[in-house]
Design a protein around this ligand. Structure first.
Ligand SMILES: Cc1cc2nc3c(=O)[nH]c(=O)nc-3n(C[C@H](O)[C@H](O)[C@H](O)COP(=O)(O)OP(=O)(O)OC[C@H]3O[C@@H](n4cnc5c(N)ncnc54)[C@H](O)[C@@H]3O)c2cc1C
Length: 299
């Protein structure tokens, strides 16, 4: 049976990955870089309180990974950074953003900002994969595996000089069930927080943004959704004042329901939206927020 090393960067990733590893098939061991709780799989717990930069741990991770047939991680910027280095160390093929397994060592993944799907059959014994968990739904595996604390070598290299969390108490974008995103027309960071943050809080959701909003200083970097931002897959994605560029759509196409609010009826976002509201977001979004809050009070 193939051996799978699942590298996790956060406590919920092993559960989120269950559908993917079940489809891949094999004996799963989790290499938990961040502190993690009990898991259905056997865990090698590196237990970093803060995961060191990839260049300082990639050699240590490669030493563990070379005993496995597959090395996999949920797609994220951190995962792609580390797994690309592993591919270099081990000289194994790497396929990013896998959305389907179509045969033995044959994988599908989006390319060209999601405009096309490529099927890749990889050669060699070891394979490295990042995958989009929304494409592999599944219930968390049952049972509880063993946990072994390991000491992962950290070499000299980059050092993080500061890490400041900005996201407060809102859910993480990558795991959120509801996301409210805003675009360039929000104009200022205060308006963005008040209007987009207000609706997100009323729905208990996360906040996202377009690159145009990030580049104009309206929203912070870690909120960017899209080809060069985060790939999201919520049950509900509300896009307010977002045109619907191919780069933004590449990050949201696994959303179950997309709602667009845009004052231009010809905006491309309406082509992918399940529900569309042609309206000025400065009126529509606060009204929606007020109505949701009223209903919550009435219940
Ligand atoms: C290599 C590359 C990578 C990129 N990666 C990303 C990425 O990861 N994510 C991303 O988002 N973009 C990315 N972009 C940028 C992308 O091409 C678009 O420029 C960007 O998504 C547009 O953002 P926007 O929709 O906020 O702004 P705009 O394109 O300016 O659209 C604003 C929309 O708001 C509507 N609007 C205006 N006022 C109101 C109002 N009062 N009420 C309601 N609607 C209103 C307008 O009708 C318009 O449709 C990338 C670009 C490149 C070249």
């Amino acid at each position: 049976m193939p051996k799978i090393l699942l590298i996790t960067f956060g406590p919920s990733e092993a559960a989120v990955a269950s559908g993917f590893v079940a489809k891949l098939g094999g004996d799963v061991t989790v290499l938990a870089l961040a502190a993690t709780g009990p898991s259905a799989y056997n865990v090698l717990d590196a237990g970093f309180s803060e995961i060191p930069p990839s260049d300082t741990i990639s050699t240590g991770v490669a030493d563990i990974a070379r005993d496995y047939d597959y090395v996999a991680a949920v797609s994220s910027l951190a995962a792609k950074d580390l797994l690309a280095r592993l591919a270099g160390h081990l000289d194994w093929p790497l396929v990013n953003d896998v959305t389907a397994i179509s045969g033995t060592k044959e994988f599908q993944h989006p390319v060209a900002a999601g405009a096309a799907v490529e099927t890749v059959r990889v050669a060699g014994d070891g394979v490295i994969l990042t995958f989009r968990p929304a494409a592999f739904p599944g219930s968390p595996a049952g049972g509880v595996g063993t946990t072994e604390a390991i000491s992962l070598a950290v070499s000299s290299g980059s050092r993080r000089t500061e890490a400041a969390a900005k996201s407060g108490t809102r859910p993480d974008l990558a795991q959120a069930k509801v996301i409210v995103s805003g675009g360039r027309p929000l104009q200022t960071a205060d308006k963005f927080e008040q209007i987009i943050g207000g609706l997100a809080d009323a729905l208990g959701g996360a906040v996202g943004a377009t690159r145009a909003a990030v580049d104009s200083g309206i929203a912070s970097n870690e909120l960017q959704v899209g080809q060069t931002g985060k790939i999201v897959a919520p049950d509900l994605y509300i896009a307010a004042g977002i045109s619907g560029s191919t780069q933004h759509l590449a990050g949201i196409k696994d959303s179950k329901v997309i709602v667009a609010i845009n004052k231009d009826p010809g905006a491309p976002i309406f082509e992918v939206a399940d529900f569309g509201l042609v309206a000025d977001l400065f009126e529509a979004v606060p009204e929606l927020t007020a109505q949701i809050r009223q209903r919550a009070v009435a219940q």
